[in-house]
Design a protein. Structure first.
Length: 482
């Protein structure tokens, strides 16, 4: 059930869901912390207001008690009714403030101190009521001191209560800090775990897709592609598996085609080669030198063609060509002379003169690939040369480079096509007298092989025609000796 729900999601929805679930503990912790801090701040504000109010009440009570005692003593000493009025006014204020303190403070010690303060106040009031002109001034100071001491003790207890309230707020703040730290230690690892879990969950099918694409790139078409994940990734995996099956079908069709074509070509080619061998036997010695030369060219090219067909057959059997580049010391002048010999028949058919200026040089590379490069360059030069013209080949050394220039007197290559001629399947204008169109692969293969062998091919500026330059690395003395 859970698997079906998971596969019903898309990758975007899974990402959003993972983000929400990973952020949920953090959001919960933050909201909880905000609520708790707000409650603590509210309590702190109330405590500060309470402490300030108590301080104000204590100050006013202390001032009024002092004024009450002073006016009582003045009245007792002088008997002036003005001081008696002041005394009564301050007494009423003191009683009101004592009632406020009693309402705000309900612990037993405070009630005891309030009772003592009221008793002292009653004694002072009694003392004031007993003052008369006939009795004279009263020197009894005990009631006044008792009132002062009881009020001072009450105010001290009041101050201690405010200090205790402040200590409680500090303790609440420390407890809240511990709670927030505990929440952070729980929430952050939980969010991290959820984030990692969703990353792993989301990336696992992506990694499998990556491996599947790499397998397709390596040509591994036998292994089915099965992706378990969100709906869009499963659909993508299904499409990749369809592509794999289609490529496998095309690969099988290609192999079947190559096997059939190679087999069909092999039989007539064998007959041609046998005929060339018969013509080359001593019994046919009556043939003139030109005919013998043609027979040799036919026989050599039939051998090369048969080797290519054998390689195609191996490719059809094994699925790959032996295309490794094994570098050895290659005598370039000898290689170019052999290619000129093989291309001589085609040049003669077009009445094209081949002129070679070859410096003895040894390059390091694959002999088969270098031979194919020169063969392509020379065949192109012959193909595009006008009848009766000349194709020149010049092999020389410049510093550590071996340079082979192949130039013709043909129509040349327009400037805008000079790089495109090395692209795969690019074909230029075909000569009017050329019966077989080009495939657009010869120069692409030639440049690729040149670069594999540490060289390159480029087009030189010429007044007329085209000149291709092949550059290769000259072999050192150690390689030449080997």
């Amino acid at each position: 059930m859970m698997l079906r729900r998971f596969q019903a999601l898309t990758q975007l929805r899974l990402t959003v869901l993972g983000f929400v679930l990973a952020a949920l503990p953090l959001a919960t912790g933050i909201i909880t912390a905000i609520v708790q801090v707000d409650a603590l701040a509210r309590s702190s504000r109330e405590a500060m207001v309470s402490v300030q109010w108590r301080t104000d009440v204590s100050r006013r009570l202390s001032d009024r008690v002092g004024e009450m005692v002073r006016s009582a003593r003045q009245y007792a000493a002088l008997g002036d009714e003005t001081y008696h009025g002041i005394f009564e006014s301050r007494r009423r204020e003191v009683l009101r403030l004592l009632d406020i303190v009693a309402a705000d403070n309900g612990n037993p010690q405070a009630r005891e101190l309030l009772r003592a303060a009221h008793e002292a106040e009653q004694r002072v009031a009694e003392l004031v009521r007993n003052v008369s002109p006939e009795a004279g001034p009263n020197s009894d100071r005990e009631p006044y001191e008792m009132l002062r001491r009881s009020v001072t003790a009450l105010l001290e207890q009041y101050r201690m209560q405010s200090a205790e309230q402040a200590n409680q707020m500090s303790e609440q703040a420390r407890e809240l800090q511990q709670v927030l730290v505990a929440q952070a230690m729980l929430v952050i690892p939980l969010s991290g775990f959820l984030a990692v879990a969703f990353v792993v969950l989301a990336s696992r099918p992506m990694r499998k897709l990556d491996r599947s694409v790499r397998n397709l790139g390596r040509g591994d078409l036998e292994r089915p592609i099965e992706i378990f994940g969100t709906r869009d990734l499963v659909d993508l995996g299904d499409r990749l598996d369809w592509l794999r099956r289609r490529l496998l079908e095309l690969e099988q069709q290609k192999s079947h085609f190559l096997r059939n074509v190679s087999h069909e070509l092999k039989t007539p080619l064998t007959n041609i080669r046998e005929a060339c061998e018969l013509l080359a036997e001593p019994a046919s010695a009556g043939a003139d030198e030109q005919q013998q030369r043609i027979v040799r060219i036919l026989r050599d090219n039939s051998i090369r063609l048969q080797a290519m067909i054998e390689e195609l057959l191996r490719f059809g059997a094994h699925g790959h060509l032996d295309d490794t580049t094994v570098k050895t010391a290659v005598p370039l002048d000898t290689l170019v002379s052999g290619v000129i010999e093989r291309q001589g028949l085609g040049a003669s058919a077009r009445n094209v003169d081949l002129r070679a200026e070859l410096q003895p040089l040894v390059a390091r590379g694959s002999e088969r690939q270098l031979e194919l490069i020169v063969d392509n360059l020379l065949s192109n030069a012959i193909k595009y040369s006008p009848r009766g013209s000349t194709v020149a080949l010049r092999l020389h050394q410049w510093q550590r480079e071996a340079r082979l220039d192949v130039s013709d007197r043909g129509p040349g290559i327009p400037q805008e096509y000079r790089e495109r001629v090395f692209d795969w399947f690019f074909t230029g204008a075909r000569p009017d007298d050329c019966l077989i169109p080009g495939t657009g692969m010869g120069l692409a293969i030639a440049r690729e092989y040149a670069q594999r062998n540490g060289g390159d091919i480029r087009i030189l500026e010429t007044a007329k025609g085209t000149c291709f330059r092949l550059t290769l690395e000259v072999a050192d003395q150690h390689d030449q000796v080997q």
